[in-house]
Design a protein around this ligand. Structure first.
Ligand code: AGP
Length: 606
């Protein structure tokens, strides 16, 4: 999704802005642009397409200046085009924007009546003209405050001014925004990652705040224009995590990193000597929680669905799972004894953040499971459980999915022992088996060559289905999502037992169907459902686990076996071949694996 960079310095800023925009490419975008201030004029260079094209355009049309803003745009209002690319500028002001201005049509009509001329189809351009209008009669701070007060919707903004050659204004409502501090220069970025190569000293704007950034000073203000003090955080995490190394794609690297990320996460949360969980500062007591609501979007939602099975199996809590974009507008029955858990890799997903904000306003117990610990969702939650996966750059979530499931499973065990829902022996046993998970995932990665040889059957097809029951059902949904987003193949995840209630009609001769049937308590039932699709012509790829017992079924097209594990842990293992299947199918088609079309890594608009 859109990304913002701003730099004010005592040296030329265009090369560093380009560098930072490259860091933001992982978010997914369709156009890019830069504006700088030089010799009293705002100049911009923009393009449709990638930052590479922008850089080529810049070699023909040099952008000089010690102050500038840059942007990668993911289209919301108006098609992807050079005209609609940001920055948008008037003679006086230039603006980059993430988010959506909901009342842009009303504001545009008001501004047209005042004589302003619009060039683009974007909602952003109204911000440019509003500030330009208010600057006629107000100073900079008042013009900004007045403009922000007129905007409905969500935004992160970076603004430069023709008549203020030494400053950038940043403003935030809804969409995240960070300020970075460097030697004789300061920065604005839609996330700290964009600024990583320049600084690890960061402050975050809270909702409603704005800031004035000069090369040697930064001031922060609340929505009423009162000055606020900010903490400067020092970020960790090495730059090396952001490189592909010898891999062709981040996604391939991230899939293969899973044994390590699981090990890291287990080391953070589990004590090997006592076989217990190291979450000492959990803020709530056992009688304060009687139910749990798990909320997320996309892959994170699938990890919540998975966790529901564990919570119901291992604890006596009532468990509900919700898609954040639904939760936030539903008439919810808020309950003081409910723990609301928000799951998000980026920690910036607009819908998940809005659902959290709603719960916070109702004074509910909120906990987040995130990868990015400096994110808005982490900062606004009462309690945070990081998944310790390191940066995930590929748009398709892989290692974060396993990390989310792992942390939710650990939380489930934590609540189970705290509430005496599980006996101690069982608890220690489950924890002990977690210590073998990293190795099992590593061994399961060896299914890769088999999957690679099968993927051509998933490339040029009308559609496919992913079936599973119980613990395997959420994984079927995730497997289908991965194939859709990477290989652009219609794929549907379905509970295997539901097929005969309608979707069986879709099965035709040769249709590839992935059946997830590890030898857990659902195994026999799933195998029966598999027979039903085979009988109707489906070409079944069975994913199961290694076992000496024969599978009593004929006409299975292909079989992939993951390692053997407890029922609780099999979902982690059967995920691996599905990630590889999507990866190799997309590779075969020559698609942009790390940046699939139309998608963004961090979905910061609703
Ligand atoms: C997964 O592959 C996705 N691209 C997407 O569904 C993602 O999981 C979703 O947008 C939620 O993101 P988050 O975890 O950063 O909140």
């Amino acid at each position: 999704m859109c990304g913002i960079v701003g730099i004010t310095s005592n040296k030329q800023v265009t090369p560093s802005i380009i560098n930072s925009l490259r860091k933001l490419e992982y978010r997914g975008y369709d156009s890019a642009g830069i504006a700088t201030l030089s010799k009293g004029f705002i100049n911009e260079v923009k393009c449709e397409g990638r930052v590479d094209i922008l850089e080529k355009n810049l070699s023909k049309n040099k952008l000089l200046g010690n102050i500038g803003i840059g942007h990668v745009r993911w289209a919301t209002h108006g098609i992807p085009s050079t005209i609609n690319a940001h920055p948008h500028s008037s003679e006086k002001v230039s603006v980059v924007h993430n988010g959506i201005i909901e009342n842009s049509t009303i504001l545009k009509n008001f501004l047209i009546k005042k004589g302003h001329k619009f060039k683009s189809q974007t909602d952003t351009e109204v911000i440019v003209h509003l500030i330009t209008e208010y600057l006629k009669t107000n100073d900079l701070k008042k013009s900004v405050l007045k403009t922000l007060s007129k905007l409905n919707g969500s935004f992160a903004l970076g603004i430069i001014f023709k008549d203020q050659p030494d400053l950038i204004v940043g403003a935030r409502r809804g969409s995240p925004l960070a300020v970075g501090y460097g030697p004789n220069e300061n920065y604005l970025g839609s996330d700290s990652y964009a600024l990583k190569s320049m600084t690890n000293k960061i402050s975050y704007l809270n909702d409603g705040e704005f800031c004035i950034i000069k090369k040697d000073d930064v001031e922060f203000f609340d929505a009423d224009g009162n000055k606020v003090n900010k903490k400067i955080l020092t970020l960790s995490s090495s730059e090396q995590n952001y490189n592909k190394g010898d891999y062709k794609h981040f996604m391939a690297k991230e899939i293969d990193e899973q044994p390590t990320t699981i090990k890291n996460c287990i080391n953070e949360y589990l004590d090997k000597i006592s076989n217990s969980i190291n979450i000492f500062n959990f803020p709530w007591k056992k009688n304060e929680i009687s139910s749990i609501v798990l909320i997320g979007c996309g892959t994170a939602y699938h990890s919540c669905l998975m966790a529901k099975y564990w919570f119901e199996q291992i604890t006596t809590l009532n468990v509900t799972v919700d898609i954040a974009s639904e939760f936030r507008y539903r008439k919810n029955r808020f309950n003081n004894e409910t723990l609301y858990v928000f799951v998000s890799q980026s920690g910036e997903t607009a819908d998940t953040f809005a659902a959290l904000d709603l719960c916070n306003k109702k004074k509910m117990k909120t906990c987040s499971v995130v990868n990015v610990v400096e994110s808005s969702i982490a900062r606004e939650s009462k309690f945070v459980l990081p998944i310790h996966c390191g940066p995930e750059i590929g748009v398709a979530s892989t290692k974060a999915f396993l990390g989310q499931m792992l942390v939710l499973y650990i939380l489930c065990l934590k609540l189970a022992i705290m509430r005496n829902d599980i006996n101690k022996n069982e608890y220690h046993k489950k924890i002990k088996s977690l210590f073998s998970l990293s190795k099992l995932v590593n061994q399961t990665l060896e299914t890769e060559s088999k999957i690679e040889s099968l993927c051509s059957s998933f490339v040029n097809i009308k559609g496919s289905m992913f079936l599973g029951r119980g613990y395997s059902f959420p994984i079927a949904l995730e497997g289908a999502l991965k194939l859709k987003e990477l290989a652009y193949v219609h794929a549907e995840g379905y509970p295997a037992g539901e097929m005969k209630h309608g979707p069986l009609a879709l099965i035709e001769e040769g249709m590839p169907v992935v059946v997830l049937a590890p030898r857990d308590e659902y195994y026999k039932k799933t195998i029966s459902n598999m027979q039903e699709v085979i009988a109707r012509g489906a070409k079944v790829l069975l994913i199961t686990n290694k076992n000496k017992d024969e599978i009593h079924s004929e006409n299975i097209w292909e079989k992939v076996e993951v390692e053997n594990a407890t029922d609780d842990l099999l979902p982690f293992l059967i995920t691996i071949p599905l990630q590889k299947l999507a990866y190799y199918s997309a590779l075969k088609k020559g698609y942009d694996i790390d940046k699939p079309r139309n998608l963004a890594k961090s979905v910061t608009v609703e």
